[in-house]
Design a protein around this ligand. Structure first.
Ligand SMILES: [Cu+2]
Length: 120
């Protein structure tokens, strides 16, 4: 019931920061096993950090009554060790596109960081 087409893959025993926002209505990204319930609000960035100490599959769902498709917002997280995480991160990566997009990517990160600190 909570399975998804794609799983969020995260490394175990590493400090992880989650940044959340929304485009349409208020959602709430909740995974009870992590002790996280992070509101996703249009026009705002919310932030929480944690360390996950166990590998495995973890599940959650949107916990805000956000609208018509609310029942179809499951969350699946696969927590893996360092080697599995690096393998996942770099497989299927197109290094030429990555090099071309690197400058644009860092510019968009700067914009995101500026918005977080200034709150717009
Ligand atoms: Cu939602």
């Amino acid at each position: 019931m909570l399975e998804t087409d794609e799983q969020l893959v995260l490394p175990v025993n590493v400090q992880i920061g989650f940044i959340s926002t929304a485009e349409d209505v208020i959602h709430s990204w909740a995974v009870p096993s992590f002790g996280i319930k992070l509101d996703s609000i249009p026009g705002r960035f919310n932030y929480v950090q944690t360390v996950i100490y166990r590998t495995g599959s973890f599940y959650g769902q949107c916990s805000e009554l956000c609208g018509l498709a609310h029942a179809f917002m499951p969350i699946a997280v696969n927590v893996v060790n360092d080697l599995e995480f690096l393998t996942w991160m770099f497989m299927d990566l197109d290094w030429e596109i990555l090099a071309e997009d690197y400058e644009q990517f860092t510019l968009s990160l700067d914009t995101t960081a500026r918005r977080m600190y200034l709150g717009y």
